[in-house]
Design a protein around this ligand. Structure first.
Ligand SMILES: Cc1cc2nc3c(=O)[nH]c(=O)nc-3n(C[C@H](O)[C@H](O)[C@H](O)COP(=O)(O)O)c2cc1C
Length: 155
């Protein structure tokens, strides 16, 4: 089975989880790059504003065609109880080419349901597996068993 992990990360948490999943599955990985600057305090508030308004953004050209993969694993930080703006844009532009979908997200708080509902509605598909990890679980490295479970579930 050909698998691609696609993720967006503003401050690195989602990247850590994406790379662990890629290592567990030995599959391809692609980072989504937003042309909009989102670093620093100004970038943070722009992201809050864009997330509340469910805006889309301009992405750098993607390298992999999702149609070439049996399973696409999408990862995002939770923004305003939903997927991030760059991942919203990626899904809107590409969902017609998704074969099978799995989903993971990172958040400060314990609620991942909004983002799972968000990806399900945007892609019009139910993910075969979902994973939510809190920023503090990444910090104290207590997230590994959850990733192992997720990796098992998608295989
Ligand atoms: C614009 C914005 C909105 C956010 N909204 C939420 C939220 O609704 N719930 C939550 O638990 N965390 C929220 N967060 C925190 C991030 O989801 C969390 O820090 C995440 O792990 C960051 O991932 P990253 O380092 O890959 O960018 C928000 C962060 C940003 C920048």
């Amino acid at each position: 089975m050909k698998i691609l992990v696609v993720f967006y990360s503003r401050t690195g948490n989602t990247r850590i989880v994406a790379e662990e999943i890629r290592n567990g599955l030995d599959c391809d990985i692609e980072e989504i790059i937003d042309k909009q600057k989102r670093s620093g305090i100004l970038g943070y508030w722009r992201s809050v504003y864009d997330a509340i308004r469910k805006k889309e953004t301009v992405l750098e050209k993607i390298k992999n065609d999702p149609e070439d993969f049996d399973l696409l694993i999408i990862g995002t930080p939770v923004w305003n109880r939903n997927v991030s703006v760059p991942i919203r844009t990626y899904i809107t532009q590409n969902h017609a080419k998704f074969n099978k979908l799995a989903f993971f997200c990172t958040a400060t708080g314990p609620n991942f349901e909004g983002a799972i509902k968000g990806i399900t509605e945007l892609s019009n598909m139910s993910p075969i597996a979902t994973l939510g990890i809190r920023a503090k679980e990444i910090k104290d490295r207590s997230y590994q068993s959850k990733i192992q479970e997720f990796v098992k579930a998608v295989q």
